[in-house]
Write a protein that binds this ligand. Structure first.
Ligand code: SF4
Ligand code: SF4
Ligand code: SF4
Length: 259
């Protein structure tokens, strides 16, 4: 939560005009009002309804193959056991069948959108710290990215984590396979140019959600209209450039900047 608080302080410091000028976001005050509202799982009803409907059963968490969903503890705002996602630790990867939604027995996660991940609306990504972007400065992805993805990959054995090496298992579970596939994709970028956020966005047509655009002698990510705020790019960015504004749409966050 500290990083998130810092980000929101940054928003307050910049002010709406500063953010618009930076091509970032608008609505700082409204966003600040949501400081303690975490990102909810895909399909979550509007916050007040979600809080009333979530029965804190943990079913969504149990079926998530990426272990993206967490349950609030005593420090949480909405009460012990309420489901949330911390994209700094693990984003959502928009599983095709949205098993988290289908597992929810109370309607807190809306079953009517489970047929298409394009209907998910968790929030929207913002470029919160453009200057830290490796692509802007043509810097390669550092080795620490490998450490990070190993840390986030929950299916590995202690030996695999220690040695930063994945061992082939004869019959890996689907969960292990998915997480290891992601790890391997990220690992390939170490020492190379960074386009991780744009390349690994799990939206079905990622170029509609995020793309790299030229800036000076480098590139920066540009968040686009179809971004659903899943937080995968936030988790995977090696230098903490991106953040999610939960519960906001692209229109609310970006289009106001142009008026
Ligand atoms: S869509 Fe998949 S990765 Fe995302 S929260 Fe649901 S089960 Fe987890
Ligand atoms: S840009 Fe892609 S990865 Fe990032 S939050 Fe949006 S949909 Fe998710
Ligand atoms: S993941 Fe994207 S935002 Fe982060 S350093 Fe790489 S190119 Fe820049």
């Amino acid at each position: 939560m500290k990083k998130r608080r810092d980000f929101l302080k940054q928003i307050a410091g910049l002010g709406v005009l500063g953010l618009a000028a930076a091509g970032a976001i608008v609505g700082g005050e409204a966003l600040l009002a949501r400081e303690e509202t975490p990102l909810r799982p895909p399909g979550a009803m509007p916050e007040h309804q979600f809080l009333a409907l979530c029965i804190k059963c943990g079913q969504c968490l149990q079926v998530c193959p990426y272990d993206a969903i967490r349950l609030e503890d005593l420090n949480g705002k909405a009460g012990v056991g309420t489901a949330y996602i911390d994209p700094d630790k693990r984003g959502c990867y928009l599983c095709k069948a949205l098993p988290c939604i289908l597992a929810c027995p109370s309607g807190a996660l809306d079953h009517s959108i489970a047929d298409d991940v394009r209907k998910v609306k968790m929030g929207v990504a913002v470029v919160a710290n453009e200057n830290a972007c490796l692509a802007l400065h043509n810097k390669p992805v550092p080795k620490s990215e490998k450490d990070l993805i190993y840390k986030h990959t929950t299916v590995l054995t202690p030996k695999e984590k220690r040695e930063k090496r994945v061992y082939e298992l004869p019959n890996p579970s689907e969960k292990r396979q998915l997480q290891v596939d992601l790890l391997k994709k990220v690992e390939q970028y170490v020492g190379k140019s960074c386009t991780i956020c744009a390349d690994l966005c799990p939206y079905p047509e990622p170029e509609l959600a995020i793309g790299m655009v030229k800036k000076g002698s480098g590139y920066i990510p540009q968040i686009r209209e179809k971004c659903v705020g899943c937080g995968a790019c936030v988790e995977l960015c090696p230098t903490d450039v991106l953040k999610i504004v939960p519960h906001k749409s692209y229109e609310e966050v970006y289009k106001k900047a142009r008026v």
